[in-house]
Ligand binder design. Structure first.
Ligand code: CIZ
Length: 305
């Protein structure tokens, strides 16, 4: 049954000249069929570099928008139109304009988990892996507004020593991981290395050994000699962690850390997406150009690789 669906996806993908991207939080079977797996920005950059005509983004709305911002000449499809990101929707462009009016001298840094309109209103975009570097590169005399995730913003403030105005957004999935979950997991597996995502709450992060983005978690585990890890982020990443380190054990800090939006993507929906070219994500050109600037400024602050 699954083999038949996979064959169909392959045929459709070839006929549409499509590339399939899967975020690290996608269900395992989706990650396995994708051309590329990774974090939202890394995937959008990879897709832009291909000569595909269509990008099927197995992830959530803001990720497909980011791909559309970077690939204006490709058609970007999100297989489930309701796969949104409550965190990204916690600030609107109108609210951000209000915040900017209250802090006219400030620079705005937005987390990549934000809508295209919010990116367009921001000076710099950042990911969880480069937020500290981006903020460190900004002039110390300028106040900083960080949107929309207050837990990532707090982490950046702690790491950089900068006083940052935080927007009170949060990821519903990451905040389900509690301090009690961490204490229980550490007690049960005292030898494990605890990796937590900066979107987790402060008490959870205090009980962790490493604070890492999804890409950094994969790299860290791949290079580590340790054989047991507690993972405090969305559980989908454990699929790839296990694939790349079959000798190691990966334990979810909480089995409740499941993003319902990420799990909306299914094999059937990918087929429908490619058959009917649904659901196309279009970012209006004026917004796209301004949002692209905040992504370009982010890249300019980072050391050349
Ligand atoms: O930027 C991403 O893809 C997200 C949501 C998290 C991460 O740490 O990679």
């Amino acid at each position: 049954m699954i083999a038949r669906l996979l064959d169909k996806i392959k045929t459709l993908k070839d006929s549409r000249k499509a590339v399939i991207l899967a975020h690290n939080y996608q269900p395992g079977e989706i990650q396995d069929l994708a051309d590329f797996c990774g974090d939202s920005l890394g995937l959008s950059i990879k897709a832009a570099e291909t000569d595909a005509e269509v990008i099927v983004f197995c992830g959530v709305q803001f990720m497909a928008e980011t791909a559309a911002i970077l690939s204006p000449h490709k058609r970007v499809l999100l297989p489930d139109k309701y796969a949104g990101c409550p965190l990204a929707d916690m600030i609107t462009a109108e609210q951000l304009r209000g915040l900017k009016r209250d802090h006219p001298d400030a620079l705005v840094v937005c987390y990549v988990n934000s809508t295209a309109e919010v990116k367009a209103e921001s000076d710099y975009c950042c990911t969880s892996s480069n937020a500290v570097e981006v903020v460190n590169s900004l002039p110390t005399e300028r106040p900083i507004l960080f949107v929309p995730d207050r837990h990532l913003g707090q982490f950046v403030s702690n790491e950089t020593g900068r006083d940052i105005v935080l927007w009170p957004g949060y990821c519903r999935t990451h905040v389900t991981i509690t301090k009690e979950d961490m204490i229980a997991a550490r007690e049960k597996y005292p030898d494990a290395i605890v990796m937590a995502h900066p979107e987790c709450t402060e008490p959870v992060k205090e009980l962790s050994d490493e604070l890492l983005s999804t890409g950094q978690m994969l790299k860290f585990a791949a290079e580590s000699d340790a054989t047991r890890f507690i993972v405090a982020t969305e559980v989908g990443i454990i699929h790839t962690l296990k694939k790349q380190r079959p000798d190691a054990q990966f334990i979810a800090a909480s089995d409740r850390a499941v993003c319902p939006n990420m799990k909306k993507i299914t094999l059937d929906k990918i087929i429908a997406s490619l058959e009917d070219m649904i659901y196309e994500v279009i970012v209006p050109e004026e917004t796209r150009v301004r949002a692209r600037k905040s992504l370009d400024r982010m890249v300019e602050t980072l050391p050349a690789k």
